[in-house]
Write a protein that binds this ligand. Structure first.
Ligand SMILES: C[S@@+](CC[C@H](N)C(=O)[O-])C[C@H]1O[C@@H](n2cnc3c(N)ncnc32)[C@H](O)[C@@H]1O
Length: 239
């Protein structure tokens, strides 16, 4: 089977279901304990999926944007959340998905990228995403990279996903997901397209090379206990 991650996530069914909504709701509650959102903010959610997170944050901000490579997710999100003023969804070009600076927006104050970086091909891509995100960042803008696979061990990660499910109220849904058929498709794709893992030092080096401040957050943001979450200041004065 020659399908890659972008194609996998483009399958509409990949992100259907209550689990995604529950996870998004948990993330939105947790992130507001770390970051303030206000009426001057311009938000961008990179890899927004079906848009649950950015739709929940949009009413707190001046403008909110979700961007994703998945045509079906962008369509679903645009339809489902058409009633929210100031919220727009954008399709990222699957062959140039790091080009966030080509989106029709500027002056972003808060960027999120949640459970997405693991589907990049290399750390060089991550470094390039950060460099391109800088180009549309307002002064003081921060980029949150959430759910990173740092210092990775598969069995520990699965344990963290399930244990974290207890905290986020998604344990049984996650258990089903782990053992479901869709997950075995995920596993088969993964055999040919390894997920991107890194050390914390890797990310520190990427940020240091671009002169950007970085801080790891200790709060469980995504309900996956052993994943890391990093807040990067996209100008040297932020984060
Ligand atoms: C695990 S889902 C996370 C969705 C959303 N951020 C959330 O937390 O609910 C991964 C999302 O990343 C998107 N994606 C995968 N590869 C991508 C890429 N290279 N650039 C942008 N988005 C990508 C997928 O289409 C999918 O919507």
């Amino acid at each position: 089977m020659a399908i890659n991650w972008v194609e996998y996530w483009n399958r509409q069914s990949s992100m259907a279901g209550a689990l995604w909504q529950a996870q998004a709701a948990f993330f939105v509650r947790q992130i507001q304990k770390e970051l303030a959102f206000g009426p001057q903010d311009v938000l961008l959610d990179i890899g927004c999926g079906n848009g649950h997170v950015i739709a929940a944050l949009a009413p707190l901000a001046r403008e909110a944007h979700g961007a994703d490579t998945s045509e079906s997710s962008v369509q679903n999100a645009s339809k489902r959340y058409a009633h929210i003023p100031g919220l727009r969804f954008h399709k990222l070009d699957p062959s140039d998905y790091l080009a966030v600076d080509a989106l029709p927006l500027a002056g972003v104050t808060r960027m999120l990228c949640v459970s997405v970086v693991q589907y990049y091909k290399s750390l060089d891509e991550l470094a390039l995403l950060i460099a391109r995100a800088k180009k549309i960042a307002a002064p003081g803008c921060v980029l949150l990279l959430a759910d990173l696979l740092t210092d990775y061990n598969l069995y520990k990660d699965i344990a963290g996903v399930l244990l974290g499910g207890v905290q986020s109220g998604t344990f049984f849904a996650k258990l089903r997901e782990v053992f479901s058929g869709s997950h075995s498709l995920y596993a088969r794709i993964r055999a040919n397209n390894p997920v991107l893992t890194m050390t914390r030092r890797d990310l520190e080096n990427i940020c240091a090379a671009q002169g950007l401040p970085l801080r790891f957050l200790s709060r469980n943001l995504t309900g996956n206990l052993f994943r890391a979450h990093a807040l990067i200041g996209l100008n040297s004065d932020s984060a």
